[in-house]
Write a protein that binds this ligand. Structure first.
Ligand code: SF4
Ligand code: SF4
Length: 703
């Protein structure tokens, strides 16, 4: 007895020392990061997310087989914590039973049930890994680039934990030390006990002692290994999920840097340029990545042959953080020749990787441990743009256009009202303050005002609102770019300049309610302007049209007969959870047969325009808009619909390209949901539509 206590305690001391040393190092590495504001402000939502994403494994269960295997492994480890207490108890006392639970048969049952479930889950994981092994070296595999060997060690250690548990408990059944007496509720232990019975009492005593000690050794070995591998997520995913932005790390960017020159010093750094600039939450993100590849699997850049994989970005930054740890934790100035002095771009992350991101948010949406890829990517862009003045050359023109002309194309304010010509009714333009009887300020957006294809949508929306008796006015030449493309590109200074000017204009006009047709404008005004003092009630046109149809103020008739597929704009769907209203509009149009693409809703695939990519060259791999359009054409739809001017332009370009190549029927059209709705109205909304608009000839799916 004394020997086994001594060995057990020795194993424990060594294990505790190794785990404590590593745990302290990791803790210091995280808390050494820069502040991450706003992590304790939404406690209710944070706790809810912890319950759903950690304890209910919500995101993992979206993939049923590996999700279920992970669910049982997670809960197996929670339940098996009781068995660790029992193992230690058995070291000291043959009659030990957990305080409070005593020898409850239910506890014994659940311990055995989850032990067996974990063994089954290990087999499932092993089969998945073996089956996917040949494809792991291919880009299409979500495990491409992951450390797969560590996963085998972990599976082996988990097997060791469960196997030693069942073996010592089986022996206990025959030695009389089993805490659950003769009950068959702990069924697995009793079956093993029945198999061991013939070995005799003393052999079973030896087995019990050997496997109790073996279990303690395997458990401590497991903890030590976990803290040195990607399986660290077992202990850091809980705080990472808890401290992630809520409702999720999409929509507004995490931080709005204070650009007040009075507060700037020599040490002020905008964005993230070195390992030392990472916030504590970004560092925790890096430690938490499980390398599961769910983000990579959905990334439009990776799926079209670009070098950007969100998983590989996180892994690259994590490896660099560890390599820089000594320098960072030493305190004081970082030496110029040290690892920590390396600039993240290009020393760790290649520029082509950084600039390939469309900020679509598919990675954030998929990540089971709530890593915030988009915030980190934009933070690195901020450093590149604001601190180093390094960015793709073509972006310079777009930024100058916004700065000088107030729109990314550089067409200028004088063209902003051309879309309203020939509508057949007067569109009020706000000159002083918006009149009381006007309900909405219609924020047209740069694309909606200046791009000919997007103008069609703008005109449709205006006619629909007019038809439904919704009073609205526009800012006309006083409207200017919201700053979204500049912000996503990393030029926070230009964004804040634009935002403050627009907020001032809107406040000056006494605007309270805004309807926006561009999801990027919608997201920026509703969710980013508040940080700069602009609080407005903002609605997207898909939401308003859905409501007007539901209220009977717009009555779709039989003007359309078409199969329609709907493309979710990232900044409407994933960033703002507006999936149902655009579909609601389409479903209420009698002749429309809605067909979904394989990737839709929260797994929708970007059009390629977000993150300021609309204005950047796309010379690597397949064009993202071609990929998305091919998927839409694959549904056989007559109309590819959307609710975003960026998406409309990108999909229209790609559709016309495919038609020119003879790969798509000439009859296929790209249209906003507003155009489809308008075309179906009874009586028609158009009183003086331009040719080819509204319910006239040449529109998509017109009878
Ligand atoms: S935001 Fe989109 S493009 Fe950027 S890394 Fe994530 S999935 Fe890829
Ligand atoms: S970032 Fe998230 S989704 Fe991507 S590999 Fe890591 S854990 Fe998986």
């Amino acid at each position: 007895m004394a020997d086994r206590i001594a060995i057990g305690l020795a194993v424990t001391v060594v294990g505790l020392a190794a785990v404590g040393w590593r745990g302290w190092f990791l803790y210091r590495l995280v808390v050494n990061g820069r502040p991450a504001p706003g992590r304790f402000e939404n406690v209710g939502a944070q706790v809810k997310a912890e319950l759903l994403d950690v304890f209910a494994q919500r995101k993992l269960l979206r993939r049923s087989v590996p999700g279920l295997a992970h669910f049982f492994t997670f809960w197996g480890f929670v339940i098996l914590m009781f068995t660790i207490v029992e193992s230690y108890g058995d070291l000291f006392s043959k009659t030990f039973a957990i305080w409070g639970f005593g020898r409850a048969r239910a506890l014994g049952f659940f311990e055995d049930l989850f032990a067996v479930a974990v063994l089954v889950a290990i087999v499932v994981f092993a089969v998945i890994r073996i089956r996917q092994a040949p494809s792991r070296r291919e880009r299409a595999s979500r495990f491409y680039g992951s450390h797969t060997d560590a996963a085998w060690v972990t599976l082996g250690l988990i097997f060791g934990v469960v196997a030693t548990l069942l073996l010592y408990r089986g022996a206990q059944v025959d030695t009389g030390d089993f805490p659950y007496g003769k009950s068959w509720w702990p069924f697995a232990s009793r079956l093993i006990g029945a198999a061991f019975r013939g070995l005799g009492h003393s052999a079973n005593m030896g087995i019990e002692t050997a496997f109790v000690l073996a279990q303690l050794a395997v458990i401590w070995g497991f903890f030590v290994f976990v803290l040195h591998s990607k399986h660290m997520h077992i202990v850091v995913s809980e705080p990472n999920v808890l401290f992630s932005r809520r409702p999720k790390a999409l929509g507004p960017l995490a931080t709005t840097p204070d650009l007040d020159p009075e507060k700037m010093t020599e040490e002020t750094v905008f964005g993230v340029g070195h390992a030392g600039d990472l916030t504590w939450k970004q560092r925790l993100d890096l430690l938490t990545c499980t390398e599961c590849g769910r983000c990579q699997d959905q990334c439009p850049a990776w799926n079209t042959g670009k070098p950007l994989s969100p998983k590989l970005v996180i892994m690259g930054l994590r490896d660099h953080l560890f390599a820089s740890a000594g320098d960072l934790l030493a305190g004081g100035e970082v030496a110029a020749d040290s690892v920590a002095a390396k600039t993240l771009v290009p020393d760790v992350i290649a520029p082509d990787v950084l600039w390939s991101c469309t900020t679509c948010g598919a990675c954030v949406e998929q990540c089971p441990v709530d890593i915030e890829h988009v915030d980190t990517i934009v933070d690195m862009r901020r450093y590149e743009v604001l601190m180093e003045a390094r960015f793709p050359s073509e972006a310079g023109l777009m930024l100058r256009n916004i700065e000088n002309q107030g729109d990314p194309w550089g067409l200028g304010a004088s063209h902003r009202l051309e879309w309203a010509e020939g509508l057949g009714f007067e569109v009020p333009v706000v000159t002083g303050t918006i009149p009381d009887e006007v309900e909405y300020l219609f924020w047209v957006g740069c694309a909606g005002a200046l791009d000919e294809r997007a103008r069609r949508t703008t005109r449709s929306i205006a006619r629909l609102l007019h038809h439904a008796g919704v009073s609205f006015a526009v800012l006309g030449a006083k409207e200017s770019c919201t700053g979204d493309p500049a912000r996503r590109l990393g030029n926070e200074y230009l964004y804040q300049t634009q935002a403050q000017a627009n907020i001032e204009t809107l406040h000056g006009a006494g605007v309270k309610k805004i309807v926006a047709s561009c999801p990027h404008c919608f997201n920026t005004i509703s969710r980013e302007y508040p940080a700069l003092g602009g609080d407005f009630e903002v609605i997207h046109h898909s939401q308003l049209l859905d409501r007007l149809v539901a209220e009977g103020r717009l009555r779709p008739g039989a003007g359309v007969a078409a199969t329609v597929t709907y493309h979710d704009p990232c900044y409407l769907g994933r960033h703002n959870e507006i999936y149902d209203q655009p579909r609601g509009v389409l479903k209420r149009v009698p002749g429309v047969e809605l067909t979904e693409m394989h990737r839709h809703g929260r797994t929708g695939f970007c059009c390629g325009a977000g993150g300021a990519r609309m204005w950047l060259e796309e010379s690597i791999g397949k064009r993202i808009n071609d990929e998305r359009t091919d998927e839409a054409l694959g549904t056989g739809a007559d109309v590819i619909s959307t609710a975003c001017p960026y998406c409309l332009i990108m999909l229209d370009d790609a559709t016309k390209g495919r038609q020119a190549e003879g790969k798509a029927p000439e009859s296929v059209r790209v249209a906003d949901i507003a155009q489809i709705l308008e075309q179906s109205l009874t009586p028609p909304a158009v009183s003086a539509a331009a040719p080819g608009e509204g319910s006239g000839e040449g529109e998509p799916g017109a009878r």
